[in-house]
Design a protein around this ligand. Sequence first.
Ligand code: ARG
Length: 467
Amino acid sequence: MHGALWGGRFASGPSEALAALSRSTHFDWRLAPHDVRASMAHARVLHAAGLLDDDQLARMLEVLGGIHDDVVSGALQPADDDEDVHGALERVLLERAGADLGGRLRAGRSRNDQIATLLRMHLRSEAGAIRAHLLELVEVLAATAEAHPTAAMPGRTHLQHAQPVLLAHHLLAHAWALLRDVERFRDWDARAALSPYGSGALAGSSLGLDPEAVAAELGFAGSVPNSIDGTASRDVAAEFAFVAAMVGVDLSRLAEEVVLWATKEFGFVALDDAFSTGSSIMPQKKNPDIAELARGKAGRLIGDLTGLLATLKALPLAYNRDLQEDKEPVFDAADTLLLLLPAFTGMVATLRFDTARLAELAPQGFSLATDVADHLVRLGVPFRDAHEAAGAAVRRCEELGCELDELPDADLAAIHPRLGETPEAADAVRAVLTVQGSIASRDARGGTAPVRVAEQLAELRAAATGL
Ligand code: ARG
């Protein structure tokens, strides 16, 4: 069957080496159900244009329906010498409908507009599935935040203790990032929702076929306005790969924290047995493999994106065979996320936080020093001086080996008069040196105060509902 779609002007078939290089059925066969659906839509516009009569259309749709069922059931598979999904399906169509009827379907279309359309159909459906998984993860983070409305933890910058925050606030920070990824897929879909069918090889069809009718039947919002762009552009694929890579990167940041949190040194979380692994030699081990695989797969997703961009770089218009290389990266990106997300969500849903340890660590590392400075600012001291004074208090604590709220009155007074000029002044400083007080004081919109975090949780869920 070699050269089945283009044998006419060739005296010989392709060499074995060329056929092997050219073949794409091992990865593009997953597009076969879309290809058959698009063929049905194409048959209808051929009929509308007077190129198939009523009987021919009915028979064509009947055969295509059977092919569709056999593709979906797995009964139909490409043959070794089929070049690509389009060639394989045409071969089967000719076998089942006969050469006269089967040979009419190719009029007015090219594999170039077919493949561009099928890829969009497939990626739109994959993006929908990924969005649903991401929303589940967002809800799991929201529910975990909701279950810990007042638990404090050490907030970090540079991985050093910075200021205490609510665990819920921290978890919701990850949820917002992931929700933006859901939005990105939604926004991407508006660009992916134009059908290139009818663009032909590059210049459009001369047979009076209606691209808008095909687009509508295939669930697109419309057809592309430019046939060259429709067949040659792959920014839709590249953008899909970017959003997938962004998801990978966002997951990897939470993953890295889970890896750290599950160490003896941090001791913030325990992983559920069903979502962690053991060691073949060390009986005591409980490893955060899901989080590590998430971290690793972020690299793979970035590779999918950069590989695809490298393929597209400097390609002249219109279609070039290089574009066959567009599929494996985006297929891999979607497969990777659809494999990773259920495990990742299960891991997050079953994390057990040691809230007592988190609370104990929250004030350590002098994480309330900013509260001392803010206290002085409220007493009218310029922040620059207040910052100096709070820093001096930390230095003194390090000398004495004590915490900020344990500094003697005399030391406070020596550091800044407003800190210790009277016993009442010193007590007022100690009053702000509590984790819950510090957290509650950050009560502007977006802050970690429990009242704001509760509002934030509702805002997140409302935003997620609209997606
Ligand atoms: N298999 C090709 C691809 O994936 C589509 C066919 C276009 N081939 C061609 N020689 N014009 O891009």
